[in-house]
Design a protein around this ligand. Structure first.
Ligand code: IMP
Length: 421
C-alpha cells in the first residue's frame, strides 16, 4: 500500500496541518518522525480551532492510529496537556496513540538551556521549547528517553547523567535531579499505556498494508543539515528524516511538498526574498502570519522558487501543494524569486555568510483582485492566478497536486497540475 509524506518546503508554517487533516481520512496511520512541541499545526475540525504541537493530526480522525516516532523529542507534561485538551473536545486516544520508548525527553534542564542560549548574542530565535538541547543530549548520549519515565532508577540515573554535563552550564539555576524525578515519574505513569517500541507497531501496520501518512513538522529550510545553518531547528525535516525518525526503512511513494504562495519565516536568520517593513505589515495582517506556538509575528516575503526547486530535489517531492493563494489577492504586481545575482550554482550556499549575501532576482507577474476564498477547482481561479501557479510548477519542475485558498477543510482542493488557461 503506498505511503504518503507531507513536508514543509520553506521555513515552516506552510499550512501543512490542514492538508494532513484532509489526507488523514484516507489513511489508517499518522506518524510524526521529527521535532516536538515546537510545531504548531492548526486545524479546524467542525469549525473549532485546534492547535496540535506534539500530537499527529490523525488524532482528530477516529480510525487513525497515531505514532510519535523515536526521532521526536517529547515534553511529557506538555504532551499530557495536549491529550487532556483533546479529551475535553471528545477525542479519546486510548488504543490509538503510540509513543516510542526511544523518543528523547525534554525536561526543565532543556528548556532552561534553551532560554539561556537565547539570551546571548548568538540567538537563533527558537521557540524556547528545549528542542535543541534535547537533541544535543541525544547525540551526546546523555538523553532521558521515554522508557526512562517508566522506571524510577533508570530515570534518576538518566537525569544524573544529564545533569553531570549540563548542570555546570546552568550554574546555580540548574534543577536538581530529585526535583525532577517525581513529576516525570507521574507523567510516565499517565503515559505508560502509550509507550512501546513504535517501530514494531509501524512494521506490523505496513505488513498489513495499512495506509501510512508521515506528517512533517517545520520546513526544509530549517533542516539541521541542509537548512540555513545555524538558523535551523535541530531535526531532519527533509524526507531523509523519515527513515531514522520512525526506526524503519519506510518506503514513501508519494511526497507532497507544501509551500505558501508567498513565504514566511520566524526567528533569526537570512531570508533573501523578505519584504520591507511596510509591505510586510500588509501581507502579515492579510495572511494572519503570527506563530501558532509562540504568537510571534512572522517575517514575510516573496516566494523563492530557486530555493524551492533545490529542496524538492533533496526530498524527492512528487507533488506540490500551494497554500494561501487567496492572501495574494489585491497585492498588485507579484514577484517570484528565480535566482540570485551572480549565483551560478544550482544549489544554495552552505556558508551562512554567503547565503545572507544573496540578492534575489525576480520574475514579475500580474496580480489579481478577485477574492479566491470560494474557489473549489482550478477553473474557478482568475487567469492571473492560474498563470502564477503555472510559472511555479514549470520553474520548480514538480506538478501541483493541491491548491488551498482558505482555512476551512474544503478550501483545499486537488488538481492534476497547475490549472490551464
Ligand atoms: P527550535 O526548533 O525551537 O529550536 O527553533 C529553531 C528555529 O526553528 C527558529 O527559527 C524557530 O522559529 C523555527 N521553528 C521551529 N519550529 C517551527 C515551526 O513549527 N514553524 C516555524 N518555525 C519553526
Amino acid at each position: 500500500m503506498p505511503s504518503t509524506a507531507i513536508l514543509g518546503l520553506q521555513w515552516g508554517d506552510e499550512g501543512k496541518g490542514k492538508l494532513v487533516d484532509q489526507l488523514c481520512s484516507e489513511h489508517d496511520v499518522c506518524v510524526r518522525f521529527q521535532g516536538g512541541g515546537n510545531a504548531g499545526h492548526t486545524v479546524y475540525p467542525d469549525g473549532r480551532k485546534v492547535v496540535l504541537h506534539h500530537l499527529p493530526t490523525g488524532v482528530l480522525h477516529k480510525q487513525c492510529l497515531n505514532i510519535l516516532g523515536p526521532g521526536m523529542v517529547i515534553d511529557p507534561h506538555k504532551l499530557l496537556e495536549e491529550i487532556d485538551e483533546l479529551a475535553k473536545l471528545g477525542y479519546k486516544l486510548a488504543g490509538r496513540l503510540v509513543l516510542s520508548d526511544r523518543a528523547s525527553i525534554t525536561t526543565a534542564i532543556h528548556t532552561a538551556l534553551d532560554a539561556a542560549r537565547e539570551g546571548d548574542s548568538n540567538k537563533i530565535g527558537t521557540t524556547k521549547r528545549g528542542i535543541g538541547p534535547t537533541y544535543a543530549d541525544r547525540y551526546d548520549r546523555i538523553a532521558v528517553r521515554a522508557c526512562d519515565l517508566l522506571d524510577k532508577q533508570s530515570l534518576r540515573e538518566a537525569l544524573e547523567r544529564a545533569l553531570a554535563v549540563r548542570g555546570p552550564q546552568l550554574g546555580s539555576g540548574a534543577p536538581k535531579a530529585e526535583e525532577l524525578v517525581e513529576p516525570l515519574l507521574k507523567a510516565g505513569s499517565k503515559l505508560r499505556p502509550y509507550i512501546s517500541d513504535s517501530a514494531l507497531v509501524l512494521h506490523e501496520a505496513l505488513k498489513e498494508e495499512r495506509r501510512v501518512l508521515y506528517e512533517g513538522a517545520q520546513g526544509a529550510l530549517l533542516d539541521v543539515a541542509y537548512g540555513t545553518y545555524p538558523f535551523v531547528t535541530s531535526s531532519h525535516t527533509l524526507a531523509n528524516g523519515i527513515t531514522a525518525g520512525v526506526g524503519l526503512q519506510s518506503g514513501v511513494e508519494r511526497v507532497i511538498g507544501v509551500t505558501k504562495a508567498y513565504c514566511t519565516r520566524v526567528g533569526e536568520g537570512p531570508f533573501p526574498t523578505e519584504l520591507g517593513k511596510a509591505e510586510s505589515e500588509v501581507l502579515r495582517e492579510k495572511g494572519g502570519e503570527f506563530g501558532a506556538t509562540t504568537g510571534r509575528p512572522r517575517r514575510v516575503g516573496h516566494i523563492d522558487l530557486f530555493a524551492l526547486r533545490y529542496v524538492c530535489k533533496l526530498s524527492g517531492v512528487t507533488e506540490l501543494a500551494v497554500t494561501k493563494l487567496d492572501v495574494l489577492s489585491n497585492m498588485g504586481e507579484l514577484k517570484l524569486g528565480i535566482g540570485y545575482e551572480g549565483h551560478k550554482d544550482p544549489g544554495l550556499p552552505a556558508d551562512i555568510r554567503k547565503f545572507a549575501a544573496l540578492k534575489p532576482v525576480y520574475k514579475a507577474m500580474p496580480g489579481w483582485a478577485e477574492n479566491l476564498g470560494k474557489a473549489r477547482k482550478g477553473s474557478d481561479l482568475p487567469k492571473a492566478a492560474r498563470a502564477y501557479l503555472r510559472f511555479i510548477e514549470e520553474f520548480v519542475g514538480v506538478k501541483i497536486g493541491v491548491i488551498s485558498v482558505g482555512p476551512e477543510r474544503e478550501s483545499a482542493f486537488a488538481v492534476k497540475g497547475a490549472p490551464k488557461g
